[in-house]
Ligand binder design. Structure first.
Ligand code: OMP
Length: 234
């Protein structure tokens, strides 16, 4: 599979590493697991990185839409990290196909409901009676995605799919805390529980493949630099 990683995916991994979104080291996760890598979507704040993220989400969603995986009226980004993702996705889809995506809106939730002004907990398009596509950063145990789906349903929306930047492909924690047992994946359980397609732009396998390829790219660069310095003139 490492040979078949598409260019836009490789660009996304490269942008993530260059931009410090994908970090290597030792990180404690929400699940308390200590991970050798961490993907922080909050670091996508510079123009070139934003563009790589927009491209990756729009490319993935457009393809799934064209294949009939889902049909949607609103792109919903759960607070906080999903918010710019929803805006970027709608913006890029409208740029790619202004006629087809003219109708498309974004929407996001507040962490706390507002009791004055316009009130409510949803900002952007109303979810009532709408087909809603959720965009978010990372799935590890799936807890954040469950909260988003429940909220959308309470607002009268129909969740038609979830697209995330990264599926870490981790197993659910065992009830007795014994992590050596085989357990189903968090994303697989979410798919079953909600009966909606869940698409990950990257999986941990893509990250591993991308990192390997990028290391090779660095080797190529070193050879070229060596050649530039020592190449014979004839
Ligand atoms: P679940 O909702 O339990 O799947 O946890 C996913 C959340 O964990 C993400 O929305 C992040 O807040 C955080 N997270 C990352 O952002 N990047 C990672 O690589 C790993 C995690 C994590 O803590 O599992």
């Amino acid at each position: 599979a490492s040979q078949n990683i598409p260019q836009w995916k490789l660009d996304f991994v490269k942008a993530a590493i260059d931009g410090g979104i994908l970090k290597f080291g030792s990180f404690e996760l929400k699940s308390k697991r200590i991970s050798p890598y961490f993907f922080n979507a909050g670091e996508f704040h510079r123009g070139p990185l934003i563009n790589a993220v927009r491209d990756a989400f729009a490319h993935t969603i457009r393809e799934a839409h064209a294949e009939g995986v889902f049909d949607f009226d609103v792109v919903f980004g759960p607070a906080y990290k999903g918010i710019p993702l929803a805006v970027m996705t709608v913006s890029k889809l409208a740029e790619l196909n202004p006629v087809k995506y003219d109708y498309l809106s974004y929407s996001y939730d507040r962490k706390e409901a507002k009791d004055h002004g316009e009130g409510g907990s949803i900002v952007g398009a109303s979810l009532k009676g709408k087909r809603v596509l959720v965009v978010d950063d990372v799935v590890t145990a799936g807890t954040a995605k469950r909260e988003a789906v429940d909220k959308i349903r309470r607002e009268g929306g129909e969740v038609v799919g979830i697209v995330v930047a990264l599926d870490r492909k981790e197993k659910l924690p065992a009830a007795d805390g014994d992590d050596s047992k085989p357990m189903p994946s968090a994303i697989g359980e979410l798919r079953k529980e909600y009966g909606v397609p869940i698409i990950a732009i990257l999986t941990v396998d893509d990250i591993i493949a991308g990192v390997k390829r990028l290391a090779t790219e660095d080797d190529v660069k070193k050879i070229q630099e060596y050649q530039a310095k020592y190449r014979a003139s004839d």
